[in-house]
Ligand binder design. Sequence first.
Ligand SMILES: [Zn+2]
Length: 245
Amino acid sequence: MQQKNAIDEVMRFNKKSKIVVLTGAGISSESGIRTFRDSDGLWENHRIDDVATYNAFVTNPAVVWSFYKERWLQSNMVSPNKGHNALVQLENHYQDKFTLVTQNVDGLHSKAGSKNVLEMHGSLHRCYCTKCRAKMAMASVNMDAEIPNCPSCGGKLRPDIVWFGEIPYYLYEIENALKCCDIFILIGSSGMVYPAAGFVMTAKLMGAKTICVNLDKPDNLSFFDEFHQGKSGDILPSLVAGWIG
Ligand SMILES: [Zn+2]
C-alpha cells in the first residue's frame, strides 16, 4: 500500500508526468465487442487465418469484406463504457503529456472523446486502396459492392486493419513515448501477447512506474508495480479520480 500511495502522490502532484496507456480487448468487450479470443480463436466460425491475414484477402476478398463489414456495423452500434470515459478524463488532466495506444480497432476511444489515440492495429472505420493507397472512411464507401472499389482509381479497397503477419502502426511513436514516460498503464490485456509484453518491459527498464488494470492477473506480473483486478468500467473511474486528485 505504501508503494501505491507513493505512486499516487507522484501522479497527483506532478502534472509534468508523462503517461502512456495501452488498452487491449478487455476494455472493448465490456462494451459488447466480441473478439477472436472469446472462443478459442474462432469468431462466428471464422478462423483467424481465413479472415485476418493478407493471404486470406488475396484468396477470398469477398469473405474477408463480409466479415469486416459486419464488424464495422457492430462497432457502430456499441457505445463507450465508463472505462473509456475515465481515460478521457485522464487525458483532459495530462493533456499533451498523455498518449493512448490501443490494440482495439473499434474506434470506441475516439467515440468517447479521447484525442491522442494511436490505433496500432488500424481501424474498422477506415479502408484503403491497394492500388493508389488512398485512405478513406468506411462510411464513404459503397458497401453494397461485394468487394468495394476505390472511387479514385477503381483499385480494390481493403479494410485499414493490421492483419496477422503485418507490421503494427506507430511503432516509432510508441517506442519514443515509452522511453520517456513516467507512468505506463496497461488496461484490459493480459500483457503477455506481443506487443504489450514488450511495451511494459521497455517502460519499466526506462524507469517508469507500471500499472496493470485487468480482469485476470497478468502472466508477467513481476513487471508491474501495481495490479488492480477487475473490469475497467468498474474500477478505472475511481482509480483515475485518485490519480488526478
Ligand atoms: Zn485507388
